[in-house]
Design a protein around this ligand. Structure first.
Ligand SMILES: Nc1nc2c(c(=O)[nH]1)N[C@H]1C(S)=C(S)[C@@H](COP(=O)(O)OP(=O)(O)OC[C@H]3O[C@@H](n4cnc5c(=O)[nH]c(N)nc54)[C@H](O)[C@@H]3O)O[C@H]1N2
Ligand SMILES: Nc1nc2c(c(=O)[nH]1)N[C@H]1C(S)=C(S)[C@@H](COP(=O)(O)OP(=O)(O)OC[C@H]3O[C@@H](n4cnc5c(=O)[nH]c(N)nc54)[C@H](O)[C@@H]3O)O[C@H]1N2
Ligand SMILES: [Mo]
Length: 676
């Protein structure tokens, strides 16, 4: 029996450090790792379920080929590599490299993921994606305003006297954050939640504002107007650190309490009370979530919220900061940052790209050459990308589809060839985080089962089979052995000479450059060197108003209910839901609805209804929720299309106003009884 230190590599704020017990080459126990000050109490139920997941009989363990009857048949690696090499060569010769599409998403993070892009670059290029399903509207909004995305260390939250959870639900999506929130409350701090749902995060809140979806920009501008009118702003901080304050004051004038109340569907008193709290309780930490920026107006909304933190001087101090994303240890996956999509910043061989948000539509629209083949890894686009019917249509038009995954997902089921993917215990990698500040080693602690191979090895075999230049292979793709992987990791750690693999094997490490209190030096790397409430770049790059602005959504008159699809407690997107332990907590997909909205349609609780709009229709069971704002319904994302329940049957392929994010929540639907 041995205990190893490692880290959860899922796309999740917490990025928990873990201790893992291994016996006879099997993972048999998961425990807390006390050295991580941000995640001292151990992981969530998903983290604990790794014992089942790692040893699951449902794992794909061999290359699988679709037979002419449509079933999958086991083939050996030689045949699989030969087949892929043959397809790649023929398609490249006949149509050119851009007829091949490389698609990767966020199923597994780590530094080694860059090997995949290197392979496709060495191939001569490929069509790939730009943008992101997750957080880029907010990232870009904060980058335009503050110049960088970073926040105080998670444990600093206990120093806040006021915490505002604005469209974030950490009790489910970042459970470790609830620890410093509780500590702040114990010390007399106050918690405010702004969310159309009464989430578990709101249980201890002093105030819950159940705002109308997509109207947060107006609320923030209304609050700013009150702050300015009452003199509850930090004059000295503004004079020293902000540009555009005068113009911003003018912008807020139209957002009277009365008007904002009507736009947001809140009582007028709520706006004055929130303003008074935010203007007079210091220090304040404002925590905007990622859910709120999944709208066509998401980026500008986030800029409106950030103005509250800025004009009250709640930036760069203990207990006071803008807590969106902390990229201080997030140094390895630059592909996710919006700047990498700016014209001129991309590698020329990848210049042909399709929007992550409009995947299906864009793939179908490409000509000269049309896409003939796709390679999918670390992603499940037929569950997680919007407008699944379109994406499916685009997939089905292709000649050849390769999917690398651990399980038989919606996307794997559409493949011609499935390659088995390693899991987090089967290959070492370096993991950053977007919340906790540590750099961590995800250690290889067991051998991959049966014929599972990590992507780096698959690419190594393919590169050799394709006869790529051996010096290039040597330089860019680590050989398939543990020493070569460690050497690769060490080489790429180069900019952190203070970190060694030996140190990282013991547990999480902080880089020397880590700033516990972000922006405490008052250095803002914007063009002006100040906080830019007025941003010329906002206009230049995204053609939006240079000032923060509220832009109303355009509802769909045919479908009166707005569909929200937040993240769920017991899954990470489309992962974990297939495990027995998770099924105990979530037996089936449920559509949450306010009882009044249901009564208006004569629908009783627990009834199976038809959920529909122009893009799709499916049966789903309703669950009454008195804590939900009327006019919206909730179906969490990550349910498999196979089970008929993914919200992405209904979402449109639409980008956010900045950052090339995905406007999942600009979705309207209707429900009706199956049997009238
Ligand atoms: N358990 C679990 N944890 C996760 C994940 C997971 O899938 N499961 N995923 C990880 C990832 S990749 C992400 S992006 C994060 C996201 O986690 P969060 O930042 O918490 O984002 P969401 O769950 O999308 O939405 C958060 C809240 O926003 C609210 N909301 C929706 N629309 C609006 C609006 O118009 N105004 C306001 N004020 N609120 C609104 C929703 O009701 C929801 O409660 O979680 C990470 N952590
Ligand atoms: N309607 C709606 N849709 C949403 C959202 C929403 O709020 N509403 N949220 C969006 C957000 S925030 C995100 S981040 C995305 C997430 O969507 P995706 O990025 O697609 O992430 P996951 O579903 O977590 O994982 C994708 C796949 O990666 C596989 N995988 C895990 N590890 C490995 C590995 O090492 N190698 C390989 N090859 N595969 C591996 C998993 O088995 C899984 O099938 O979903 C988005 N979709
Ligand atoms: Mo995400």
């Amino acid at each position: 029996m041995e205990i190893f230190s490692t880290v959860c590599p899922r796309n999740c704020y917490s990025t928990c450090s873990l201790k893992v017990r291994v016996e006879n080459g099997k993972v048999i126990g998961i425990y807390p790792h006390p050295d991580n000050l941000a995640t001292p109490e151990g992981p969530c139920i998903k983290g604990l379920s790794y014992v089942e997941r790692a040893n699951s009989p449902d794992r794909i363990k061999y290359p699988l080929m679709r037979s002419s009857e449509g079933n999958f048949k086991r083939i050996n690696w030689d045949t699989a590599i030969e087949l892929i090499a043959d397809k790649l060569t023929k398609i490249k010769q006949q149509y050119g490299v851009h007829a091949v599409m490389y698609f990767a998403a966020s199923g597994m993070s780590g530094m080694l993921n860059s090997v995949s892009s290197e392979f496709w670059r060495m191939f001569g290029g490929a069509t790939t994606t730009y943008g992101n399903l997750c957080w880029p509207a907010g990232l870009e909004a904060a980058r335009l305003t503050l110049g960088a995305n970073k926040h105080n260390a998670p444990w600093d939250l206990e120093n806040a006297k006021l915490i505002v959870l604005w469209g974030k639900n950490p009790a489910e999506t970042n459970i470790q954050e609830m620890i410093p929130i509780e500590k702040s409350l114990e010390k007399g701090g106050k918690l405010v939640v702004i969310d159309p749902r009464r989430t578990p995060s709101a249980e201890r809140a002093l105030y819950l504002a159940q705002i109308r979806l997509g109207t947060d920009g107006a609320l923030a501008l209304g609050i700013c107007r009150e702050l300015i009118r009452n003199g509850w702003v930090d004059k000295e901080f503004i004079d020293n650190n902000i540009i555009g304050f005068e113009q911003f004051c003018e912008r807020t004038e139209a957002y009277t309490t009365e008007r904002v109340a009507a736009i947001c569907g809140l009582p007028e008193k709520a706006i004055s009370q929130l303003s008074e709290l935010m203007g007079n309780t210091k220090p304040m930490t404002l925590i905007p979530g990622f859910g709120m920026q999944r709208f066509s107006n998401g980026g500008q909304t986030i800029r409106c919220l950030l103005a509250i933190s800025a004009i009250t001087g709640n930036i760069g101090k203990p207990g006071a900061n803008w807590h969106y994303a902390n990229l201080q240890s997030y140094v390895f996956d630059s592909i996710k940052e919006p700047q990498s999509y700016y014209p001129g910043n991309e590698a020329p061989c990848f210049r042909r790209k399709v929007s992550m948000a409009r995947l299906g539509e864009d793939m179908l629209g490409l000509t000269n050459p049309e896409i003939k083949m796709i390679w999918v890894e670390r992603g499940n686009p037929l569950t997680q990308n919007p407008d699944i019917q379109k994406t499916r249509e685009a997939f089905r038009k292709l000649e050849f589809r390769v999917v690398v995954d651990q399980f038989m997902t919606d996307t794997a089921l559409e493949a011609d060839l499935i390659l088995p993917a390693k899991n987090m215990f089967e290959q070492s990698d370096i993991i950053g985080s977007y919340w906790n500040p540590y750099i961590q080693l995800k250690q290889k602690i067991v051998e991959p089962p049966a014929e599972v191979k990590p992507e780096t090895e698959i690419y190594y075999l393919l590169a050799n089979r394709l006869g790529m230049n051996s010096d290039e292979i040597e330089k860019n793709i680590p050989k398939p052995n543990d020493m070569a992987i460690e050497a690769f990791l060490l080489k790429h750690l180069g900019r952190f000479p203070e970190l060694s693999l030996e140190k990282l094997k013991l547990g999480p490490q902080l880089a020397n450059s880590h700033q516990e209190i972000a922006f405490s030096d008052m250095l803002f790397p914007t063009p002006s060197g100040k906080i830019e409430l007025y941003s010329e770049q906002a206009r230049q790059y995204w053609n939006v108003d240079p000032l923060p602005d509220y832009v109303p959504l355009t509802p769909d008159a045919k479908y009166p209910l707005q569909l929200m699809s937040p993240n769920s407690k017991n899954r990470i997107h489309s992962q974990f839901g297939n495990l027995k332990i998770i099924k105990q907590f979530e037996t089936e997909a449920l559509l949450f609805i306010h009882p009044k909205d249901a009564a208006n349609r004569n629908i009783p609780d627990h009834e199976t209804v038809l959920l529909f709009n122009d893009r799709g229709s499916n049966e789903v069971k309703v669950q009454f929720d008195f804590g939900l704002r009327k006019g919206c319904v909730v179906l969490s994302n990550g349910h498999w299309a196979l089970e008929g329940a993914t919200p992405n049957f209904y979402s449109k392929g639409r980008e956010t106003d900045m950052g090339h994010g995905t406007a999942f929540h600009d979705t309207w639907v209707e429900i009706k009884k199956q049997k009238p």
